[in-house]
Design a protein around this ligand. Sequence first.
Ligand SMILES: *Cc1c(COP(=O)(O)O)cnc(C)c1O
Length: 500
Amino acid sequence: MKYYDKLIFELSKKGRTGFSLPENEFCASRNGGVKPAGCLCKALPDNLRRSSDLRLPEVGEVDVVRHYTNLSQMNFGVDTGFYPLGSCTMKYNPKINEEVASMPGLAALHPLQPESTVQGALEVYYNMEKALAAITGMSGFTFNPCAGAHGELTGLMIMRKYHLLRGDLKRNKVIVPDSAHGTNPASAAVCGLDVVVVKSNADGLVDVADLKPLLGDDIAGIMMTNPNTLGLFEREIGEIAKLVHECGGLLYYDGANMNPLLGVVRPGDMGFDIMHLNLHKTFSTPHGGGGPGAGPVGVAARLEHCLPCPRVIREEDGTFTVLHGSEESAGYVSGFMGNFGIILRAYAYILSLGHQNLLLAGKYATISANYIKESLKDCYKLPIPSICKHEFVFDGLINDGAHDDVPGATTLDVAKRLLDFGFHAPTIYFPLLFHQTIMIEPTETESKETIDSFIEVMRKIAAEAAEDPMLLKAAPHNAPISRPDETRAARQPILKYWDA
Ligand SMILES: *Cc1c(COP(=O)(O)O)cnc(C)c1O
């Protein structure tokens, strides 16, 4: 144990401080119990005043600095290492985004300022809506939703509103593929719609034969993502769009992972009517840890009247105005206009890459994923061998080392062992279609050298598993903690040092 592994409470020494100030003339306890005349404490009623001192650790400044610096180094982020977390698009967050978002003229705005004083910010919303419409083939966007799942809910509210406005009251079911991200059925349920599951075929794609009998006049729409959650392109999307539209339903596109499509295909052209984007995935803004996100929702022209307000419009004289609610809008889903700081960062990303480079992002992400898949498929089971998009899944190790009564190494053990080599673990046990899923997404932002060292480590771990699976089962060997009880850590976290 290193000395700084001690908790800051254990380093505490009675009476030690990190500052020195002149005698506090207001505080009675430090003044022999005598309150000087005019003491501010008198302004507070007795029941609001603490009766004993706060039990804070008493340490010097250097201990505080080491405490926080060491804590920060126990964390893992995309700025410290490779983060191949499938379905999450943990791409590098360029520092110019932060630079732009912290400019005082933007960072210090107040949502209640008069429109005439925030014309620049409104122009960002307006231009961003135009950029996203061009990228996706949609007609208009709302920036209200603060996450991908929040965007799904908003999109489904728009879908429901559209049917209701047409007097089509029977449509209360939403079709969701069995490969869908878990948030899809959850959002439909939160929106008060019933979920109907459509099966995947042996190629991992939506089974059109299974879809046909589900379609009818009670279907509000279908939620899909393309490429789907296995990283595979739904080749039958044209046929699926035709069938769903013929039955009067709408197509919702889960665009959380728009990355591989950038500049290649547009959801609008595939026949989708409503979609969300995760700016915190495809457009390089920070995410994780429940921080602020943005899930703007786009719609085709015939649904624009249902978009939530406020929206920014451009007047004939070139000024920008905020449009507030209408009877036909699906309603507000957040205060003001979503997470402006995140929208700004994504706008900076789009402008700094520019048209040409944005077109390359998806292609590089796709090449990186296929390169890893092909380089490892002799060590890890590849259930779906076709060309993938930005991500792909393995189904555990080919040789897990099981022999006699020694159990084989699992996907969890591989993920834990990766931490010893300084890589974040990939997504594991998701999607649920396989038993030992490992889902890898490298993104376009990693160099070939980084990807090669990841491949080398994954091969080394496969060799270790074949030789000595118990080595993997005890991993990680050099992380700050090894294998916590994850359920207890989530359900009964111990967040304070003192019992009382
Ligand atoms: C990440 C993701 C979501 C959810 O996005 P959040 O911002 O985490 O709510 C939805 N669908 C897919 C396919 C995703 O990858």
